[in-house]
Design a protein around this ligand. Structure first.
Ligand SMILES: Nc1ncnc2c1ncn2[C@@H]1O[C@H](COP(=O)(O)OP(=O)(O)OP(=O)(O)O)[C@@H](O)[C@H]1O
Ligand SMILES: [Mg+2]
Length: 265
């Protein structure tokens, strides 16, 4: 997946300014940045849902700017996407929502789809919701079903926009584990999570692309960035972590040097 010098304005107000990054097959990456910095816009441009004003976009070797609608659809069949707003169809049950995605994006038989639904719901511990409608589910349950749906089609690339925002820590952990376990971690697959939570970003992936006001301000291993980067980046990452318990800081894998600097040992 590649964005090269991508810019985008809405009503002459720049939202993305010259964004470039490349994600290799097999990589797992967190796209981090404060609310409104442009994360969802990056994802929509990457998926070809929104055209950039300038720049090049490649998704699995497809030029998503030049591609026809049919070509885009063909590429998107191999992509699992969980939208920020959940995006389940309100008039369909959980089972129907999952089946709809698989019918449109895979060649699975009816039996295969049914087995897949059973297995996915078991993993997300929501087997009893199979015949329920979205309005009968809590926010966290809907989010888990949205993620199950994104993964139901065995996508090569999977993308999750704010998969845990507004959810309690236990549900957030279930969701992160789910993405890790169910995501196709093949040599060609790649996973991308957009979030404004530093904690979620560093728990999800080693590589961090940090966006601020529509610009990439850092791209690299968070363990490096937290110690060696600009003051703004170090500050952004550290202020959101130094309140946590030291045991948890160690569990997250924060570098010893960082712990020594901030926990006054
Ligand atoms: N379709 C649109 N029309 C006009 N402005 C838009 C549109 N989509 C996004 N924007 C503006 O672009 C900016 C970036 O929005 P975006 O949703 O990409 O940010 P975000 O980083 O995903 O934010 P959040 O963390 O709240 O999800 C915002 O100022 C938003 O108002
Ligand atoms: Mg967003």
């Amino acid at each position: 997946m590649t964005l090269e010098a991508v810019s985008k304005s809405y009503d002459k107000i720049p939202v993305l300014k010259n964004i470039s990054f490349h994600i290799k097959p097999g990589e797992r990456v967190s796209l981090l940045g404060p609310g409104g910095c442009g994360k969802s816009t990056v994802l929509k441009i990457l998926l070809g849902l929104t055209p950039p004003d300038q720049g090049a976009v490649q998704l699995m070797d497809r030029d998503m700017v030049a591609a026809s609608e049919r070509e885009k659809q063909e590429t998107l069949r191999k992509v699992g996407m969980a939208f920020q707003q959940g995006g389940l169809f309100d008039f369909m049950t959980v089972e129907e929502n999952l089946t709809f995605a698989m019918e449109h994006m895979t060649d699975m038989s009816v039996d295969e789809m049914s087995q897949k639904i059973e297995a996915l719901l078991k993993t997300v511990k929501l087997t009893r919701t199979r015949r329920m409608f979205p309005h009968e589910l809590s926010g966290g349950m809907k989010r888990r079903i949205g993620i199950a749906r994104a993964l139901a089609t065995d996508p090569v690339v999977s993308i999750f926009d704010e998969p845990t925002s507004g959810l309690d820590p236990v549900t957030s952990t279930i969701i992160l584990n789910m993405i890790h376990e169910l995501g196709t971690q093949t040599e060609t697959g790649a996973q991308l999570v957009a979030t404004s939570s530093v904690e979620i970003a560093i728990r999800f992936a080693e590589r961090l692309i940090l966006i601020n006001e529509g610009e990439v301000v850092a791209d690299g291993s968070w363990k490096d960035l937290i110690l060696n980067s600009t003051d703004w980046v170090k500050h952004f990452l550290s202020v959101r972590l130094i309140g946590i318990d030291i045991e948890y800081a160690r569990e997250l894998g924060l570098p010893d040097e960082f712990i020594r600097q901030h926990w006054k040992l």
